[in-house]
Write a protein of this length. Structure first.
Length: 283
């Protein structure tokens, strides 16, 4: 069936009335292959497949790229149709936020004020608020989020659990370019020279991952993290963090965790020129 695009909540609700197996992929548009793989994954989990396209002001700090974030609705819809999406919900700002959004979802600081939340204060409040609102609009049974935004996936999983939302959260693997760069809408901001060097971020993570696999104690973790921060700095990056964490709660692993094979993940965020990129790899 042809893709249907709705801009109002009333139209969306009418189209989804009676659906009990809806699979949902929230996006901010400017789509790439990584998003399309989430749509294909959503297809395996439910029907109809609904994608939202909404650049959410609440999750941008005043100095961030809200105004310049690429809005490419027509191209996005063509790609979504090809990938097997059934419905696009693309509300205007006044449709989704008809009044200033006074009620907000405040995720717990131990999860939301570390890593991305430390460098982007309020980011996860903005994300949780819009995602909960979109969940209420779409009422999906399943929602798919990319592991590329690893902390976001975890924050949403916890929100769904703690608020007892009847939605399964599925994590999709990170899509990568041929050289290993994680696919991201913000890669489009890189100059040709920066794009050539951007893979250095995942290479630093790969080295930290290898070090973790070879067996580290707590001092070894601190050393390996510092080495990769310095490696990026020497290459002209401005890293915010390059770190090894527990998959379960994104806290630093204890000596006991390191001895007993606790599942771990390496995560990094760094600026190349004016573009801030994030990436991660499970260990
Ligand atoms: O990952 C994103 O694109 C956004 O954070 C999301 C989940 C669509 C909420 O605005």
């Amino acid at each position: 069936m042809a893709l249907r695009v709705f801009h109002t909540l009333a139209e969306l609700r009418a189209a989804l009335a009676g659906e009990r197996r809806t699979a949902f992929v929230p996006t901010m548009g400017n789509l790439h292959e990584g998003h399309l793989s989430l749509i294909r994954l959503a297809r395996q989990h439910g029907s109809p497949v609904v994608a939202s396209i909404f650049v959410n002001r609440l999750q941008f700090a005043p100095h961030e790229d809200f105004d310049t974030y690429p809005r490419t609705l027509e191209r996005d819809c063509a790609l979504l149709e090809e990938a097997g999406c059934d419905i696009v919900f693309a509300p205007s700002e006044s449709e989704l936020y008809p009044q200033p959004q006074g009620y907000k979802v405040q995720p717990p600081p131990e999860l939301a004020d570390i890593l991305e939340g430390h460098f982007r204060p309020g980011f996860f409040t903005g994300v949780c608020t819009v995602v909960l609102k979109l969940f209420n609009c779409v009422q999906p049974r399943v929602a798919v989020f990319g592991k590329k935004d690893y902390q976001q996936l975890m924050v949403i999983r916890n929100m769904v659990r703690q608020l007892a939302l009847p939605i399964d959260i599925v994590g999709g693997e990170t899509g990568r370019a041929a050289d290993g760069l994680a696919l991201s809408s913000r890669n489009g901001y890189l100059s040709a020279d920066e794009r050539g060097r951007a893979v250095e971020l995942s290479q630093a993570l790969g080295r930290l991952r290898q070090a973790a696999l070879s067996g580290l104690d707590e001092a070894g973790v601190a050393r390996a993290e510092a080495e990769q921060m310095q490696a990026l700095q020497q290459l002209g990056w401005q890293p915010d963090y390059v770190t090894l964490r527990r998959q379960a709660d994104l806290q630093s692993p204890t000596a006991e965790d390191l001895r007993h094979g606790e599942p771990l993940v390496v995560l990094a965020a760094a600026r190349l020129g004016t573009t801030r990129l994030i990436d991660n790899m499970e260990v």
